[in-house]
Design a protein around this ligand. Structure first.
Ligand code: GTP
Ligand code: MG
Length: 639
């Protein structure tokens, strides 16, 4: 049960001293256990997703407030590479000289590099510590100053200090730990019902608090680098990092807005003092491409931790792709993509308006990944974004007696207040209601039908039944009025862009892939009728084998058709990005695994999970042999 609790609520290991650890964990688990035991199915008060203490704090905020709060948090944070998790104590002590430390979050990346994200109470503390920081080998490095730092060994040996009088700052250890596939399987198997399995999957695999912090700090790096030229610059995360549908380790989509004033429509035209500036090229697209090229050079040549820079300038939206080795995040940086930002806001609002939406989207996206329908590289296959829109559209449907789970975009537009007016510089109207509670109130009070209280199991099955009979050949999906419409062109699949009318979000999807999707919908609808959707009875008399027998989601994901494609949620994905090229800083750290820090971890009542991901990978792969399952031939659909 304790594993399940950790999975669901992402309890990480906190330490400052042993008593503090024990007290803190006791406090958290004693509060969470009853919540987990209580069946969450169909319960509007179902425990909120995520470990994710910081996440929980931002959960009831509007999208704009959540983004602002995360951006402000990033301004008060620094990222420090350390020798090991045992360095946290010394780092904490050192940082306290510069101001009050609000929290410390440790994580490690492949190659055993350890980092601590330190959050100060005030931005001035960050300015102070950066002012006092220095470069190593100044003649050999580009002397960039940024909040990406190292913690080097002291010039004189440290004195052991077991009796610190510092206030107990919580230190999160291994905050980026993603459950090992076998562990995840156990948690899902141990759930009480199929609906609970979906909740467990969501909670165990969604982007956590540290993941969000690291993404906003990654955005801040670009902002700081360009702030001399553009003091009003904003680099905004969008897509799954902020829309509530992000997986742990998801990519970071960024949009760079050079001058905030323009987006705020502030009018300074009466001011007699004007800036000198270079004239824009007449061709706006060429201008953006040139800027992106320069930006790519800057990222590649100057910014610490940024590697594998690729310039994709011919795409409809030109982007710079790069990997931030210090935060472990893969980034797509674009300019002039405001409508995508508002799209993230729309998805965030829909996800927040009913507790079932995000777990359902997670389950469908996991399903698609398992059977190889989606792929991290763009191509002629359906994207996660299109799949998400398919789920949202399905939730807008209503039956004869039951109302829909989600409102249509038209309803959201009609409820928009004066503060919701948004039009991008390209003229895209992104006006819709931003107040989630008002939207929920409207949904509850305006429906003449019974409210939809279906549990996740019913909704999941209903999704596959709905799309098994959907005619993709003649019909398009429109979230604007929540109904299918006649296709305006001959694209194999047409999902109308909710904000940029006339654009097809699934334009990239080929005939073959549409056909495959249709077959998989039917196949899965059929499978859901045949696999067991309830856990197997376990008792002392029942063998362990029976208890381990796959059921529900596990059965669905481990079915021959998933495994035949050689991919499975219970296998670790192969690493997409080459190993980070972080400078070897081992000579900067002496053994500060000394005295206090070391004994903290060893003496702790809580086991510290220091298993490296490589070790986990080889262990898991040893246990599950793809070749075995790959032999099983694919079942043909029967409908
Ligand atoms: P993953 O990265 O796969 O986790 O999901 P994602 O939602 O971040 O998708 P993706 O990175 O492909 O796209 C990022 C965001 O860009 C989406 O969430 C949308 O807001 C937006 N977006 C993606 N595709 C389109 C499109 O075809 N049209 C428009 N207007 N926006 C898009
Ligand atoms: Mg993305």
């Amino acid at each position: 049960m304790s594993l399940l609790v950790r999975a669901c609520f992402g309890i990480h290991i906190y330490y400052y001293n042993c008593n503090y650890v024990t007290a803190k964990l006791y406090k958290r688990t004693s509060y969470l256990l009853p919540a987990l035991r209580k069946s969450t199915v169909g319960n509007k008060n179902a425990p909120k997703s995520s470990s994710h203490e910081g996440q929980a704090a931002t959960q009831n905020m509007s999208f704009e407030n959540m983004v602002e709060s995360r951006r402000e948090e990033a301004c008060r944070s620094i990222l420090v590479q350390v020798h090991s998790e045992q360095s946290c104590f010394h780092l904490h002590k050192y940082c306290c000289q510069y101001g009050e430390v609000k929290g410390m979050h440790h994580y490690s990346l492949p190659g055993s590099s350890h980092f601590v994200l330190v959050e100060f109470t005030h931005k001035a503390n960050v300015d102070h510590i950066l002012k006092c920081s220095s470069h190593v080998n100044r003649k050999e490095v580009i002397p960039v100053r940024s909040p990406f730092l190292w913690f080097r060994a002291p010039n004189k040996p440290l004195q052991p200090n077991h009796t610190s009088s510092e206030p107990p700052t919580p230190v999160e250890i291994n905050g980026n730990n993603i459950p090992a596939p076998a562990e995840l399987r156990n948690w899902i198997q141990a759930a009480e019902s199929f609906s609970d399995q979906i909740l467990v999957l969501h909670r165990a695999t969604s982007l956590n608090d540290l993941g969000s912090r690291l993404r906003f700090l990654t955005a801040r790096q670009i902002e700081l680098a360009l702030s001399g030229l553009f003091p009003q610059i904003t680099v905004m995360p969008f897509g799954s990092s902020v829309n509530g549908f992000g997986k742990a380790a998801c990519d970071l989509d960024l949009v760079l807005l050079a001058d905030k004033e323009e987006t705020n429509d502030e009018d300074n035209s009466d001011c007699r003092i004007v800036f000198h500036a270079k004239t824009l090229l007449t061709n706006g697209r060429t201008q953006v491409q040139r800027h992106m090229e320069t930006l790519g050079d800057m990222v590649q040549m100057l910014l610490p931790g940024c590697s594998h820079v690729r310039r994709i300038l011919q795409a409809r939206v030109p982007i710079i792709k790069y990997h931030q080795d210090l935060t472990g995040v893969e980034c797509d940086l674009s300019m002039t993509n405001m409508s995508a930002l508002y799209m993230s806001e729309l998805l965030y609002i829909l996800g927040a308006s009913d507790w079932r939406v995000r777990p359902l989207v997670f389950a469908v996206r996991s399903w698609a990944r398992e059977i190889g329908l989606t792929n991290p590289t763009p191509g002629r296959w359906i994207t996660n974004f299109s799949l998400t829109l398919l789920v949202l559209f399905y939730l807008q449907q209503h039956s004869k007696h039951k109302g829909p789970v989600l409102p249509t975009l038209n309803t959201m537009i009609s409820l928009a207040g004066s503060g919701d007016h948004r039009i991008t510089s390209e003229g895209v109207n992104c006006t819709f209601i931003r107040d989630v509670s008002q939207l929920c109130h409207h949904m509850a009070s305006s429906s003449k039908k019974l409210p939809n209280t279906d549990n996740l199991e019913t909704l999941f099955i209903g999704f596959f039944e709905f799309y098994s009979s959907f005619d993709f050949t003649t019909h398009a999906i429109s979230l604007t009025n929540g109904t299918s419409v006649t296709k305006p062109d001959h694209s194999p699949m047409y999902i109308a862009n909710p904000l940029e009318r006339g654009l097809n979000v699934s334009k990239n999807v080929s005939h073959d892939e549409t056909e495959r999707l249709r077959i998989e919908f039917r196949n899965t609808a059929w499978m859901l009728e045949s696999v067991s959707l309830t856990p197997h009875e376990t008792s002392l008399t029942v063998s362990q084998k029976k208890a381990d027998e796959a059921w529900g989601l596990t059965a669905l994901f481990e079915a021959p058709q998933s495994a035949a494609k050689g991919r499975n949620i219970f296998y670790l994905p192969t690493q997409r990005v080459p190993p980070p090229r972080i400078m070897d800083v081992s000579n900067l750290f002496q053994q500060d695994t000394d005295e206090v820090g070391d004994s903290f971890v060893r003496d702790s009542a809580v086991p510290v999970n220091t298993l490296s991901s490589n070790k986990q990978q080889s262990e898991v792969q040893g246990r599950l042999k793809p070749s075995k399952v790959a032999k099983v031939s694919r079942r043909v659909h029967r409908r």
